[in-house]
Ligand binder design. Structure first.
Ligand code: GLC
Length: 419
């Protein structure tokens, strides 16, 4: 009988394309940004050198401005839409033109801390450090033009939570007229009932075409975008990565980079409080274009626990998770809410990567029991339902793609945490 860990390793090996890993065969045939960084944390358990390569490959496709794109199209595959011809970013190896949650700084530090081959870890960390720092600098320069300390996403795909209820209100402002006719491919690989709607896809594409018309000039995109949302989960990941990168820079004697990233983390953390909703008892997104908080208590506001929020906030977030009352935690939207949809992607289902970051943050904030409950619930889910992309939080039904890379990687991390 294969153990859970052997099963996870087999999936990671099967989706390995040599120097990068695909999220799953068919549905996602390229390299995804935050998938890769979290996947490296799984790979380190059986092949440390391969884990470094995963992040190295991603950063080999960093743009000159500092942005790290959300997809790298290493090999052509028409099983995915929108592909490189739609993005048309003019890169030697085609990439998308938007980014994804910057978990790299955190992943880098974790790989470095836990590495057994110290000389290799030091060499790899030294090479990647300035690249991650450049990405962080790019975020604050282009996505926080007012200097408030929090960055905006300009496309729901940047959040990694593609069709969250969080984007419904700001999406109402995104037009759909004039978009080129298209055929979706995702709904040929997965149940359309569990995927984003056509109305959402039209808007995803309108934004892509809009940014393409700006020649992907990332310095102009923010102000030109009708969609500018400050996501607490995304910002927490950036703040945590800045803090971790600062510690790493100190360990490597790079004091200037350490000071720069520590200051960014401190400013972001202070600004994060402007996203707290006493009414909901959690953080919320802010619609920067409209200048108001978005009334949607999604998991993005709970993921804020990934950075060093005040202990009372972490306690309130623990209570929110309890209040969801689902057998499997953490639902991406509260079941008590009218918009909750147990099977539709980011509108209710459980995602293991989100669980991992929330559990890690809560453990740091002194909520060890809550973190342990998330870990146990995540492993129960896998034992009962296998390695899917996401799951119904009430029944545990596996949903979306199968044999999923980052789910497998998180299982190896959860097993280590449990042990
Ligand atoms: C979906 C997810 C996103 C992920 C990608 C590849 O688009 O919403 O977070 O990075 O799939 O797994």
């Amino acid at each position: 009988m294969t153990t859970l860990s052997e099963h996870a390793i087999a999936i990671l090996r099967e989706n390995d394309r040599g120097s990068y890993t695909v999220p799953t065969k068919g549905l996602y045939p390229f390299q995804w940004n935050w998938d890769s960084c979290l996947t490296a944390l799984g790979q380190r358990h059986f092949d440390e050198a391969r884990a470094w390569t995963e992040i190295e490959t991603l950063f080999a496709h960093q743009w000159l401005c500092g942005m790290v794109p959300h997809i790298v199209f290493h090999q052509m595959d028409d099983g995915y839409f929108p592909g490189p011809t739609v993005w048309a970013t003019g890169r030697p190896v085609p990439t998308s033109g938007i980014t994804q949650p910057p978990v790299a700084g955190f992943a880098l530090k974790r790989l470095f801390d836990r590495a057994t081959d110290r000389p290799a870890a030091e060499a790899q960390a030294r090479a990647l450090l300035p690249k991650v720092a450049a990405w962080h600098r790019w975020f604050f320069a282009t996505r926080d033009p007012g200097g408030e300390g929090l960055v905006a996403i300009l496309h729901p795909w940047e959040s990694g939570r593609d069709n969250s209820v969080d984007w419904d209100a700001p999406f109402a402002r995104v037009p759909t007229d004039g978009i080129a006719p298209y055929t979706r491919r995702d709904t040929q690989h997965a149940n359309p009932e569990h995927r984003p709607t056509k109305a959402q896809y039209d808007r995803y594409l309108w934004l892509v075409e809009h940014f393409r018309a700006l020649d992907w000039d990332t310095a102009r995109m923010h102000d030109a975008s009708p969609f500018q949302v400050i996501d607490p989960g995304f910002n927490a990941i950036l703040i945590r990565s800045c803090a971790e990168l600062a510690d790493l820079a100190d360990a490597l004697g790079e004091t200037a980079l350490a000071a720069e990233n520590r200051a960014l983390a401190a400013k972001g953390l202070a600004a994060m409080e402007s996203l707290w909703s006493p009414e909901h008892g959690q953080y919320l997104c802010r619609d920067r274009a409209a200048g108001a908080l978005i009334d949607s208590p999604s998991v993005g506001g709970l993921l804020a626990a990934f950075c060093a929020i005040p202990p009372a906030r972490a306690e309130a977030i623990t209570a929110k998770i309890e209040a969801h009352g689902t057998r499997f935690r953490v639902a991406s939207h509260p079941p008590q809410s009218a918009e909750f949809d147990a099977k539709r992607y980011w509108r209710g289902p459980v995602w293991l990567v989100v669980n991992y970051m929330i559990a890690d943050g809560l453990a740091h904030a002194g909520q060890e029991a809550a973190a342990a409950r998330i870990t146990a619930s995540s492993l129960d889910l896998i034992r009962e339902s296998g390695f899917a992309e996401y799951y119904d939080p009430i029944t545990g039904e596996p949903l979306g793609g199968g044999r999923f890379t980052w789910t497998a990687a998180m299982v190896l991390e959860f097993l280590a945490m449990e042990g």
